[in-house]
Design a protein around this ligand. Sequence first.
Ligand code: BTN
Length: 275
Amino acid sequence: MVGREEDSGQSDLLPREIARRARTRAFGRRVYYLPEVDSTNRVAAELAAAGEAEGAIIVADYQTAGRGRWARRWESAAGKNVLFSLILRPEAPAPAVLPVTLAFSASIADTLGSIAGREIGVKWPNDVVVDGRKICGILAEGAISGGRMAFVVVGVGINVNARIEEFPDEFAERSCSVYTLTGREWDRTEVIARVLTALERTYLAFAAEGFSELLGLYRSKLAILGRNVRLSRSGSERVARVVGVAEDGALLVESDGETEALYDDEVTMLTDGRR
Ligand code: BTN
């Protein structure tokens, strides 16, 4: 059972305040709060399939089976971070989902950068990173109907108040949070409201002008631009240099004098100095 705008009890997350503080027309106007859920993306897809409107969000304090990209899990200490899923009903055809999520990641990097008071970048496609450590992950999942997206769920996990020791051991070296960057706790309600405000502005700009107008911001935040990265796909690995991002959101890499557009490779930043 999903409660809409429920009182969040002991939690510092205030669902009604999200709607009040977000400067948006649609994003976050409807807020479903759940103290614990398997995955907010799963609940959002269920609500979207049942007709829930664009802009509704599902927020949780804890996920028992948070989903990440590449069928990985997204682990987040209870009550510390931001976990939400946003329902979209884009007019755009299915291939436009990649550029929308790229634009969203740049927009979240920008917002977190202004909160933390420092430059925050992106790693293609839509990880938000600081010095190679991940601060936010985005997972877009959709349902296609007749070649168009019936709906898209954009799941956002932002490390806000987690201390380094609260990350699972295997992620601790590769993760950071707004707390670890600034040394103080942040109001998660305010972070969600600010992120939603930025995301809606980005979404409207995308609908009006397409990705080309937003590509400049994305490129300016791309932490791997000009660097060698490890590319993995279907068990094979190689190293190539990132030279740009195409208008359709593909990552442009160069190796052996050839430029290629990539859509499905996993990108890892190299830490051994092979810049
Ligand atoms: C990634 O970087 O692998 C994407 C992580 C996305 C995590 C968020 S947390 C809220 C939403 N619900 C999920 O199950 N996943 C996304």
